[in-house]
Design a protein around this ligand. Structure first.
Ligand SMILES: *Cc1c(COP(=O)(O)O)cnc(C)c1O
Length: 393
C-alpha cells in the first residue's frame, strides 16, 4: 500500500489539482520545482538552522507523569506549543517562505480564519523582509482582534473579505483571485495539508520534522522508536500529518486522528468530516468534505477555530479510506474538560485544538505498558477567553 503522493498528485482516490485554468501556471511552477528546491543541501541547511535558532526546535518530547498515572500508560507530549508563535504552523511557513525566495517571489499572500496561520505567515515575512498580504473574512476580523493586531504590527496588510459568509472560505476565494492576478511575483502560502497538488505533500514534508524528532526522542527515552499509539487533532490535518509522517509505513504503530464533533456529530453544529462527509472537491483537491446532497459545502462548527473546517487534506482521506489511521471525534465540551485536566495535572494550558487529541485518551483502554505520543499542537493563550467563559474563571 502506498500512503504517499504518486506522480500524478494523488493519494489513492484523493488529491489532484482541481483549479481554474488561470491558476495553472502558478501551481505548475510549484509542482515542477518544489522537490528539487526542498531536497537541495543549501535549502535544508537554511531551513534546519531557522527551525533550530528561530523556532526553537527540536521541541521537547515530554513524558507527562501525572497524566500517565491517570490513564495507566506512558503518555508523551510532543511540545509544538513551545515553538515561536505558539504552534506547529511556523514549521510550514518557514519552509514555504524559503521556497518562495528560491522561486524569486517578492510578495506573499495567505488566507486565515482564526488568524493563527496569518500570524505565522506575517512573522516569516517580517523575518525575511517580504511584502505580506493576508485575506481574512470580515466576521473573523471582528472575532479575532488580537491576531489582526499582531499581523499589522508584523507589517502585514490585512484585507477584509466581504463576500458570502465573510469567513475562511471567502478569504480563500479572495486569496485565489489575488494569485491569479499576480502570477509572477507572488507566492501563496497555504496553511495546512489542503489545496491542489503539490501543497498537501509540500506542507506534510515541512511538518514531518515533528515525527522525525519524535522517533529520535522516543529511542533515547524508551529504547524503541516505535510507540504503540500516535494521536493528533485534525482541522485540515497538518499537525497530524507531521506527527504521523515517519510512522505511516510502520504498520505496528496505531495512528489516531481526532476531529471536532462540535456540539455532537448529529447536532448540525459539527466539524467531524470523516463521519459526516462524502467524497468531493474542496479548495483544489479531491477529498472528503461536509456537503449537502447537491454538493453545497456545509458550514462547520467547532469551539476551536483551528478545527472549524469542512474538509480534511487528501492524504487524510486516503489514510481514512484505507483504514491505516483511525478517525474519531471529540465534542466541544469534552475538549474543554481535557484542556482543564492537562492544566491541573501538568501545568500546561493547551490550545483547544490540541485538547481534542488529549480528550480521546479518556476513551482508550490501557494495560500500563503502552507508549502513547500525543501532538500538543499549540498553546492555549489564544483560547483564554473561551476557557474563562466556559469554566466561569
Ligand atoms: C491551526 C491549528 C490546528 C489545526 O490545523 P491542522 O492543519 O489540522 O494542524 C491545530 N492546532 C493548532 C494549535 C492550530 O493553530
Amino acid at each position: 500500500m502506498n500512503y504517499f503522493v504518486n506522480e500524478k498528485g494523488y493519494y489513492g482516490d484523493f488529491g489532484g489539482a482541481y483549479i481554474p485554468e488561470m491558476l495553472y501556471p502558478n501551481v505548475e511552477e510549484l509542482r515542477q520545482n518544489y522537490l528539487n528546491i526542498i531536497n537541495d543541501a543549501d535549502f535544508q541547511k537554511e531551513f534546519r538552522a531557522l527551525l533550530k535558532d528561530y523556532v526553537g526546535r527540536p521541541s521537547p518530547l515530554y513524558l507527562a507523569k501525572r497524566l500517565s498515572k491517570k490513564y495507566n500508560a506512558n503518555i508523551f507530549l510532543k511540545r509544538e506549543d513551545l515553538n515561536h508563535t505558539g504552534a506547529h504552523k511556523i514549521n510550514n511557513t518557514i519552509g514555504q517562505i524559503l521556497l518562495a525566495e528560491k522561486l524569486g517571489k517578492k510578495r506573499i499572500i495567505a488566507e486565515t480564519g482564526a488568524g493563527q496561520h496569518g500570524v505565522a505567515t506575517a512573522t516569516v515575512c517580517a523575518l525575511r523582509g517580504l511584502e505580506c498580504v493576508i485575506y481574512m473574512g470580515e466576521v473573523d476580523i471582528k472575532r479575532q482582534a488580537p491576531n489582526v493586531a499582531r499581523m499589522k504590527m508584523l507589517g502585514a496588510t490585512v484585507i477584509s473579505a466581504v463576500s458570502g459568509s465573510k469567513t475562511l472560505k471567502d478569504a480563500t476565494n479572495e486569496a485565489m483571485r489575488d494569485w491569479i492576478n499576480n502570477p509572477v511575483d507572488t507566492h501563496y502560502i497555504i496553511g495546512s495539508v489542503v489545496g491542489p497538488h503539490p501543497y498537501p505533500d509540500m506542507v506534510a514534508i515541512f511538518q514531518s520534522v515533528i515525527s522525525e524528532e519524535t522517533k529520535k526522542q522516543l529511542l533515547e527515552q524508551t529504547g524503541s522508536d516505535q510507540p504503540d499509539y500516535v494521536l493528533a487533532c485534525v482541522g485540515g490535518g497538518s499537525n497530524a500529518m507531521g506527527m504521523f509522517y515517519h510512522f505511516i509505513e510502520d504498520e505496528k504503530v496505531k495512528l489516531i486522528a481526532i476531529e471536532a464533533a462540535g456540539k455532537g456529530v448529529s447536532s448540525g453544529f459539527s466539524a467531524a468530516t470523516t463521519y459526516l462527509g462524502k467524497e468531493g472537491v474542496l479548495h483544489g483537491s479531491r477529498s472528503i468534505l461536509m456537503q449537502t446532497a447537491d454538493g453545497q459545502v456545509v458550514e462547520p462548527h467547532s469551539v476551536s477555530a483551528g478545527l472549524d473546517y469542512p474538509g480534511i487534506g487528501p492524504q487524510h482521506a486516503h489514510l481514512f479510506k484505507t483504514t491505516r489511521a483511525e478517525y474519531v471525534s471529540i465534542t466541544d465540551e469534552e475538549s474543554l474538560d481535557a484542556g482543564l485536566l492537562l492544566t491541573k495535572l501538568e501545568g500546561i494550558i493547551p490550545a483547544i485544538e490540541s485538547a481534542h487529541a488529549l480528550a480521546h485518551l479518556e476513551k482508550m483502554k490501557f494495560t500500563g505498558n503502552e507508549n502513547v505520543v500525543v501532538c500538543l499542537s499549540g498553546r492555549g493563550d489564544k483560547d483564554m477567553e473561551t476557557y474563562m467563559n466556559h469554566f466561569g474563571l
